[in-house]
Design a binder for this molecule. Sequence first.
Ligand code: COI
Length: 385
Amino acid sequence: MSTSSDQVATLSGLSAAELRGAGELAARFPLTPNAEPATAASHAEIMGDLTFGVAHTDHMVRAAWTPQEGWHGHRTEAYGPLTLSPAAAVLHYGQEIFEGLKAYRHADGSVWTFRPGFNAARFAASARRLAMPPLPEEDFVGSLAALVAADERWVPDAEGSSLYLRPLMIATEPFLGVRAAHQMEYLVIASPVGPYFAHGFEPVSIWVAQDYHRVGPGGLGAAKTGGNYAASLLPQQDAYDKGFEQVCFLDAATSTQLEELGGMNVFVVDADGTVRTPALTGTILEGGTRSSILQLLRDAGRTVREETIVLSELLDQIRSGEVAETFACGTAAVITPIGRLAGEGFDVTVADGRPGPVTTELYTALTDIQLGRRADPHDWMYRIV
Ligand code: COI
């Protein structure tokens, strides 16, 4: 596999300035309010103790697709269980895609989301790879706006908290033959969350999986689909059992190059200030946070390289001090310093196990933009409420 500085970002999506207003797009998903929303007491209890991905809000968004009708039945309704045939294709062949975004409460009470056009474009790209019908990008953004407007009381305002939005598409056709299904359902659910890692902005320890791969060349690695995460679960569990918080995967072709963690991209900061991340070779998910970090670094005039990162070279560079910091990033995890990198036969500490200055500066810049505390020159923030 070549060094791939020519393999640059493929997704950008519509910026906030190019999207129609949230009210207009949300109206595409009319609301039938939940007749039994959470009580004020249960809402207060949940919002007072936010852990990642546990709670859900009062509503969800839905739409359905068939070849005859296209996308139809757009609506916002009470959150609740789905009725699904046990023969539904998603349950057998994993024809499924999803996304992850957050809605942030700003100091003036307004609610915003970050680069929804990017996630809309990635959702459409994932759909194409999984032989599913792409959802029009403004319907995707409208669905987020409709859900956040219906569930506005669930957008927290505590530092480090947000309303996590989880759009997904599943193949619902009851058919056991192996082919692309002819019935789909699109859903969005939401969950008020605190930091993905309970300890917040503190370094995590990473186990590098050498016996397992997440994806292979020509596979689903560039798509956000459940199977890639399923492939990460056993190595992730092994990593936990060894006392590590996350697992890092190497490329399947040579088992020598860093790809990504179970659900996050990875970056390396050299002592000379250059920042590097594995190039998008088709086996790595193009993260919105990854893309935004690259832009912030370029804005700041730093040298940035998307290229092959060979594990053995990285270990030498960490030991010699040529590499000063490493960090992971994703919507859920934001930017998380990596303090320790270990695998069979090696165990190295990075930046003395503390958050490094470049990692900290990026975390501050990104979260300041997301929380409306600094200028947003690329029109990343999209106002919903
Ligand atoms: C995200 O960062 O939003 C992700 O999708 C990663 C993980 C929680 C699945």
